[in-house]
Design a protein around this ligand. Structure first.
Ligand code: FES
Length: 101
């Protein structure tokens, strides 16, 4: 199981390894925008991984290419629909709300 803490609410949940960040965030009852249904093409699910970056899957070329087009992207940026929880260490994710996309 993977432990995920979601900011700014501070909600912490357990999720099955292999669960996408997006699914885990939604399962926790948090809101996450998605305009493309998780296809790495809308960028609305942009989040920051503030801790535990080794606890999520490696970035794919499609995710990397999409992130390159989003304003405000930094070294902690991921697309929640593409990153999956590995369960190797606890992960903290910060939702960006209106800043995304
Ligand atoms: S939901 Fe569209 S890029 Fe993630």
């Amino acid at each position: 199981m993977a432990t995920l803490t979601i900011l700014p609410s501070g909600t912490t949940i357990e999720a099955e390894n292999g669960t996408s960040l997006m699914q885990a965030i939604i399962n926790a009852g948090e809101k996450l925008l998605s305009k493309c249904g998780g296809q790495a093409s809308c960028g609305a699910c942009h989040v920051f991984i503030t801790a535990g970056r080794k606890g999520v899957s490696k970035m794919t070329p499609a995710e990397n290419a999409k992130l390159d087009t989003i304003v405000g992207v930094g070294s902690k940026s991921r697309l929640a629909c593409q990153a999956t929880l590995l369960g190797t260490e606890p992960v903290t994710v910060e939702l960006l709300g209106a800043l995304s996309g």
